[in-house]
Design a protein around this ligand. Structure first.
Ligand code: NAI
Length: 744
């Protein structure tokens, strides 16, 4: 690789008349930089002044063919020093804040002057220099800035209260300059050097001073100042040729409040002290946002009322799999599992959920030669089910063997992301994304992603499986990742459809892959307490889907996007299903009831249909929540279109669940991952198999107040008006999506 050079670069090095600064100036000058050698020329205590130090170094640079000018101002006159660079070379690319003095005294003996002088040179001087250089760097879209701290600042040092405070202040200054400079390609890093200089003379033995020559630190500073070095906001400890990077470390921490309404006492802190200070599994948080995000995450997990034991930690510990019991299932993943099907399987499934040749669109799903032959939109449950039937999932849970005869299918969500081929091999990946403790049992939330042969996502699904008798293991009661149910509006249904199942419906449906004898063998059903074999839950789920498809999608699977429901009661083959439907924007709520018993078998259900169908309603004035919500998001979309930098800064997928009472009335996605797409704001959950990085759940009125600025996000969160799930660091960037109001 070519040697590093600084041709056409202008560097200002403060305190460059001697010591480390001289080393930096000589190396930069020898590699082609035009250097402003600044030095006040006083003693180590900051007393006196002289031009000799700076002049000598300028001569040294010039004598080897380099370009340099001297400046004798104090860094307290930062603007004058930067002006020297502009006057002589026209611009400034590199600023090394190095000048420093010492006025060491033990704390009781440190005078105000000792304190002030040290702060004025180190901290205030670096601030003034940087503030003066920043506008030019911003204008040219390039800058490299160095701050100089000390291990005395990082750890403290006897007799250096003034110096250590100013030095650690420089690290804070550097970190903020790095943040503010990032978008202008202005990098700011900090070095904590060890150098054999007049400052350390007398403190270190002579041979050690030789080993710690400035020449062994200058290459680190030069590299950080080079255009090929893209690091910013870093802290490097270096001396004698040794270079290291330094970072902060956080214990996983302890939540010392039992619930949102519990008081916090000094005794709780005392009793948890060992855990609070335990660095096992420590984390290296790299930003303010990450730290705040971690705290927000802990708060989000805080229970509403006291009850069980304290929740200890945030992400690291709360998501790391437990080694035994139901929690050991968390994160278990299998696949991709292949599922090959032909047109015959597609027809068999359609027959299994009761499609008839007599139906208006029946042949589309039953006759493989029909022009528009395709699978029903719920067919992908068969592919993801195949992944689960194999037993691999359960065998991977090495420390937990639940009784699978007590497994009930609790809820089902599917979402189609691309047309389902009429015949193909689909590959499904299945992951246990959450494990809940419901007392009487545990709930496993399984997320599936099903891909087509060309690698595109065809569908995703979420299975909620209830394992009777596997509860009370101290796990969470509710899930942040579960797709929510949605109760229907409080009005008579907009449409109702009755569909009668066949007496052999289960016998037919099982041929699509669920061979559980519960659905065919009377004696097995009797063991489970049923008078006869019962219908598969996914069978009457599919029957219900047909009703919505026919009523709101013109029978076209392409208009059927997603479906969610809870299995509430069993259905017997031959019974009639009454599907009550309500249209709210692009969401069709439904409840499926068994006509013979009057009992609901599917509750909290909804089908999301394509945006076009929903958009008609919106354009016509729409209804309730959808309209007010859409205005907020339309406005947001407008602002995003007007400022393309916001997408890059947010760089995340944010899902908004807008609530009406206890029901999810609307979902919106703001997809800014990897830069803004053509249409980053749209109704419904994230498309194309993408998952939200952050999910916000809030009532519509709170959404409006939030965006209007009358409700502060943090207050909304702490009062429970805003629920956050996912990556809390993303929550810090929400502000960018909203009109200006106080920062979260
Ligand atoms: P040094 O005393 O050899 O060099 C400091 C230079 O800054 C001197 O030439 C001095 O004239 C100049 N200076 C002082 N006040 C100034 C002002 N108001 N305006 C312009 N120039 C001024 O010290 P050394 O060791 O080279 O230190 C350089 C930097 O590295 C300092 O910030 C120091 O705190 C820091 N540092 C040094 C360590 C070491 O082992 N030498 C350890 C940790 C930090």
């Amino acid at each position: 690789m070519a040697p590093l050079n600084f041709h056409n670069k202008v560097a200002v090095v403060t305190g460059a008349g001697g010591g480390l600064g001289r080393g930096y100036a000589l190396l930069l000058g020898s590699r082609g930089a035009k250097v402003v050698v600044n030095d006040l020329g006083g003693d180590t205590k900051g007393e006196g002044k002289s031009s000799r130090a700076a002049d000598t170094v300028v001569e040294e640079i010039r004598s080897t063919g380099g370009t340099a000018v001297a400046n004798y101002d104090s860094v307290e006159d930062g603007e004058k020093i930067i002006q020297t660079a502009l006057d002589n070379f026209g611009h400034i690319d590199i600023l090394v804040n190095n000048a420093g003095i010492l006025r060491d005294r033990s704390l009781p003996r440190t005078s105000n002057t000792d304190w002030d002088l040290v702060h004025r040179v180190h901290l205030r001087g670096s601030f003034l220099m940087t503030r003066a250089a920043f506008p030019m760097m911003k204008k040219q879209g390039y800058g490299r800035i160095i701050m100089t701290t000390s291990t005395a600042g990082i750890f403290g040092n006897f007799g250096q209260a003034n110096y250590s405070a100013a030095k650690l202040g420089l690290l804070g200054l550097s970190n903020t300059v790095a943040i503010e400079g990032r978008k202008y390609n202005i990098n700011c890093n900090t070095v904590a050097p060890f150098g054999g200089t007049r400052m350390t003379q007398g403190i270190m033995p002579p041979d050690m001073l030789e080993e710690l020559k400035p020449e062994f630190v200058a290459p680190v500073v030069s590299w950080l100042c080079h255009e090929d070095c893209h690091d910013t906001g870093g802290l490097y400890v270096t001396g004698g040729g040794w270079v290291s990077k330094f970072r902060w470390e956080n214990t996983t921490g302890v939540m010392c409040r039992e619930s949102r309404v519990s008081a916090m006492t000094p005794e709780t802190v005392r009793d948890n002290w060992d855990k609070i200070c335990d660095f096992t599994n420590s984390e290296h948080l790299e930003s303010n946002e990450e730290t705040t995000g971690s705290i927000l995450e802990v708060l989000n997990n805080l229970k509403d009322s006291p009850g069980t034991e304290l929740q200890h930690t945030h992400s690291a510990a709360s998501t790391s799999p437990s080694t035994t019991g139901p929690l050991s299932a968390l994160g278990v993943s299998i696949g991709p599992t292949d599922f090959t099907y032909t047109r015959k399987d597609v027809v068999l499934y359609a027959l299994g959920v009761g499609v008839s040749t007599q139906d208006e669109d029946g042949l589309r799903f039953l006759y493989e030669n029909s022009e528009d032959f395709c699978p029903l939109p719920t067919f992908t449950v068969i592919a993801s089910q195949a992944a689960m039937m194999g037993g691999e999932l359960w065998s991977k849970m090495s420390n937990w063997s639940p009784d699978l005869t007590k497994l009930l299918h609790g809820e089902m969500y599917i979402e189609n992301l691309a047309p389902i081929p009429p015949a193909a091999t689909l590959a499904t990946t299945t992951t246990v994304s959450d494990v809940l403790d419901k007392g009487s049992g545990s709930v496993l939330i399984l997320d599936t992603v099903t891909r087509g042969e060309d690698g595109t996502d065809v569908s995703r699904g979420q299975w909620s499986l209830f394992l009777v008798g596997e509860g009370n293991f101290g796990g969470p009661r509710s899930s942040k990742v579960a797709m929510p149910l949605a109760d229907p509006p409080n009005r008579p249904p907009d449409a109702t459809k009755e569909l009668t199942t066949g007496i052999d419906q289960a016998a037919l449906y099982r041929l699509s892959g669920d061979y559980n004898p519960l659905h065919i063998d009377p004696s097995f059903a009797a063991m489970g307490g049923f008078s006869q074999p019962i219908l598969h839950g996914l069978c009457f789920y599919g029957v219900t889907a047909r009703a919505v498809l026919a009523t709101y999608c013109d029978g076209q699977p392409s208009k059927f996007k997603a479906m969610k429901a809870r299995f509430a009661k069993p259905v017997l083959p031959g019974q009639t299903l009454v599907i009550a439907m309500w249209k709210e924007g692009s969401r069709i709520h439904f409840t499926t009831t068994v006509k013979e018993t009057g009992k609901a078998c599917l509750t909290g259900g909804y089908v999301d249909i394509t945006e076009d169908a929903g958009a008609k309603d919106m354009a016509a004035g729409g209804k309730g929540v959808a309209v007010a919500g859409s205005e907020v998001f339309r406005e947001m979309a407008g602002r995003l279109a007007g400022d393309s930098s916001v997408a890059a800064k947010v760089n995340a997928i944010i899902q908004w669940n807008v609530m009406k009472g206890d029901n999810t009335a609307d979902q919106w996605t703001v997809d800014l991952k990897g830069g803004a797409a053509a249409d980053p704001v749209y109704m419904g959950p994230p498309q194309g198999g993408r998952r939200p990085d952050l999910t916000l759940t809030l009532a519509e009125e709170n959404l409006v107040a939030l965006v209007a600025g009358s409700l502060k996000p943090q207050a909304a969160f702490l009062s429970g008006q805003l629920k956050l799930a996912g990556n809390m660091a993303v929550a810090q960037r929400l502000q960018l999506l909203m009109p200006p109001h106080p920062r979260m």
